[in-house]
Design a protein around this ligand. Sequence first.
Ligand code: C5P
Length: 353
Amino acid sequence: MPRDVFTPDGARAVTAVAPAKINLHLGVGDARPDGYHDLLTVYRAVDMWERVTVSFVGDGGGASGAAGRGGASGAGARGAGPDDDEITVTGPGAPQVPTDRTNLAARAVDLLREEAGSDARIAIRIHKGVPVAGGMAGGSADAAAALVATDRLLGLGLGRAALEERAARLGSDVPFCVRGGTALGTGRGEELATLLHARAEQHVVVALADDGLSTPRVFAELDRLRAERVEPEGAARAGAARSLPRAGGVEPLVEALAGDDPAAVAALLANDLEPAALSLRPALRKTLRTGQEAGALHGMVSGSGPTCLFFCSDRDHAIAVAAEISESGVAREVRVTRGPVGGAHIVSDDPSG
Ligand code: C5P
């Protein structure tokens, strides 16, 4: 039922952050009729963040705290609505991020604004801290942060479970970016079960590539590679070794995550998308080799790539590995991060914006 929407304390701008994800295990099933793939994954949120600020534009509900709801939301009210919103993107890779309504943060704002029955004009400012098209869910983190911030701005008070449900409509990784921590993901990746016991800190070197990779393209490449390797019947049994390896069960990893042995965890990491990313971007082999030679416990492509991850025993180890990779010049940029960290949350609820 329509009701007035007030921002807490008359606040006019809300800033939220959401973390990047890595997949410690990414098992990809066959393509489904809807074009998606069933996943079995272990997500982990790491200490790299997208920052999204949402604020009312003009009189769209600012100083008075009212966000134009109820009667004002009838036909025609949209004229001053979404299309007029400003979307600005700053930070590394910003020029590659769309600033129209296809932007995932804008889609998150639109979803909640519609739910609130509001026609408020809302400006969206995104600051990138996660590589664009890098296989670390940067766009999904934008959506997650935008959901949390817009929920507060419009005073919806949806709560985490409801926000995760909205998040799943926006993208497979968005619910995890809302939740954070370490979680088992199934379905498209949107069905989550938190792995509460997986608390031991993990240190990871992140090697960023020059250009991004399109996630749908990488999934399609995996389908292509798998189809290519399918043996004719009869030959299949003899030639089973030729088929692309699959990540398999997740239980050993889940068990190892209960302990505090980075090497034991590193030995169980797996990513079914890696052969596809390497097929599309062969230069990543050299990046992986470089990290391995630098002494990382394990190196692998992050999600759909092209970012590469190198798992280390502690922070000093990670810094040493990062320095060597950086020196070699195989990566555009090298960072050291850690996980797990929490999910999307408000960092500023500032009346002055
Ligand atoms: O869910 P999201 O929009 O982030 O997914 C982007 C693309 O990645 C999908 O359009 C699909 O091509 C691919 N994908 C997939 N199976 C999944 C998740 C994503 O094929 N479980």
